[in-house]
Design a protein around this ligand. Structure first.
Ligand code: S3P
Length: 419
């Protein structure tokens, strides 16, 4: 972190900033004060005239509205009509656009090449203008914007499905797929067989359905967190008038990703998910959430009673609701019930913000217990194991040898997660 020895007031203005990561990112960069300032639209004019800051970032919905208050604007910001970084100098306010840099860096980080490619950009808002500028600068052969109503020179989704299924890169700049609508996906990528890259500007959740669907097809795909960090690093360089060392964005991105990402433990009943989860929670100072414990608390009865009185389907419905709620959290350890991966919905929800670890404990070391209705005896346990083994492997980001004791398994997971 850069130490700044003069007092410097920095921050970010926008209408809604409660979910912003900007303070977190700038705190990792430099020691200047960085505050999130929520401004109602009617308060913008007085704020910009008074300009009570040394340097600020600007976010939705003020990136264009701040332009009339500037005495200088850089070429990229002017071409796009959006400013996200303002510095106060002796001769007035200078405006810049570092989102363009952020998007360019994100493409490189994701390994998505644009040169000579046909690019579809979903949405017509501010970020879509940034994406268009970047796609053109990177040498796209054709750039088309897609919107629901096809206005402002965009094509409609129906036209995209009809005449542009040869698109090779897709960039989502709409809020479709962002919490709380994480279950939504803006477009059906299966209708675009030539896709080689998918970018989603959304970073909340860390992995949207669009990114998950693209990765499942083997397409290079990435969410918006890297762009967010890269634009902040560039903005901070402009604030300070000096550059950070190479690798700064990568370092902060990884740090932030790990801080936000959940560690999700999946695997057979009695493989040690709760025990390993407890060790991890203690060592990593993270809260532990256990889906079975949440179900018991919500239902007010033990799991065998739920199975006996309401049946497995009712239990699975409760489990799905609990997983959905828990999976929106960040920075947690999540221990799941052995059958949580049986529903694709649960896997998608857990993946949105989590890294999934399968605790692969050999059948010979698993113990049947009476409080587990579906694996209460050795025969049932064996059946479940064979039914589910491939599924656990398929859902996992990491398969962990769980034949040893819980401390060793926790050591391994902590190490793997942190590197
Ligand atoms: C189940 C596993 C249990 C619990 C329920 C159903 C399963 O969790 O969710 O009895 O289908 O395997 P544990 O894996 O924590 O035992």
């Amino acid at each position: 972190m850069k130490h700044i020895d003069r007092p410097m007031r920095c921050g970010c203005i926008g209408e809604h900033l409660t979910h912003s990561f900007s303070k977190d990112i700038h705190a990792r960069l430099a020691s200047y004060a960085y505050e999130l300032l929520e401004l109602a639209p009617h308060a913008l004019d007085a704020f910009m005239i008074k300009a009570p800051f040394d340097a600020i970032n600007v976010t939705i919905p003020y990136k264009s509205a701040v332009i009339p208050y500037l005495s200088h604007i850089d070429a990229a910001a002017e071409a796009i009509g959006a400013v996200n970084t303002i510095v106060k100098r002796e001769d007035g306010l200078w405006g810049y656009n570092t989102d363009v840099y952020g998007m360019t860096e994100l493409l490189a980080h994701a390994g998505v090449s644009i040169q000579g490619k046909k690019v579809l950009i979903l949405g017509t808002g501010g970020t879509s203008k940034t994406a268009c500028a970047v796609a053109r600068a990177e040498g796209a052969s054709c750039v088309l914007r897609v919107s629901r109503d096809g206005r402002e020179g965009a094509i409609t989704y129906a036209q995209a499905y009809q005449a542009h299924t040869d698109a090779q890169v897709l960039i989502n700049t709409t809020p479709c797929g962002m919490y709380p609508t994480w279950e939504a996906c803006p477009i059906d990528i299966d209708r675009f067989p030539a896709l080689t890259g998918v970018i989603d500007a959304i970073y909340n959740p860390l992995c949207t359905k669009l990114v998950l669907a693209a990765r499942a097809r083997g397409i290079a795909a990435e969410g918006g967190l890297y762009m967010l960090v890269a634009q902040a690093v560039r903005a901070s360089e402009i604030f300070l008038g000096e550059d950070y060392p190479a690798g700064t964005t990568e370092r902060i991105y990884r740090d932030l990703l790990r801080q936000k990402q959940n560690i999700v433990l999946i695997g057979m009943p009695s493989c040690g998910k709760t025990t390993v989860g407890t060790h991890l929670a203690e060592r990593m100072q993270r809260p532990l959430l256990d889906t079975d414990a949440c179900i018991i608390e919500r239902a007010g009865t033990p799991i065998p009673t739920i199975f006996a009185t309401q049946g497995e389907a009712a239990f699975r419905a409760m489990e799905q609701q609990v997983v959905r709620d828990i999976a929106t959290q960040t920075g947690h350890i999540i221990a799941t019930g052995g059958g949580a991966v049986l529903r694709e919905d649960n896997i998608q929800a857990l993946r949105a913000n989590g890294r999934l670890y399968f605790l692969d404990r050999p059948l010979s070391k698993l113990l049947p217990t009476e409080d587990r209705p579906l694996s209460g005896n050795a025969q049932a346990l064996r059946l479940r194991y064979h039914e589910r083994y491939d599924l656990y492997c398929r859902c996992a980001d990491v398969i962990v040898d769980a034949s040893t004791d819980a401390e060793v398994i926790a050591d391994f997971i902590q190490g793997e997660f942190s590197t």
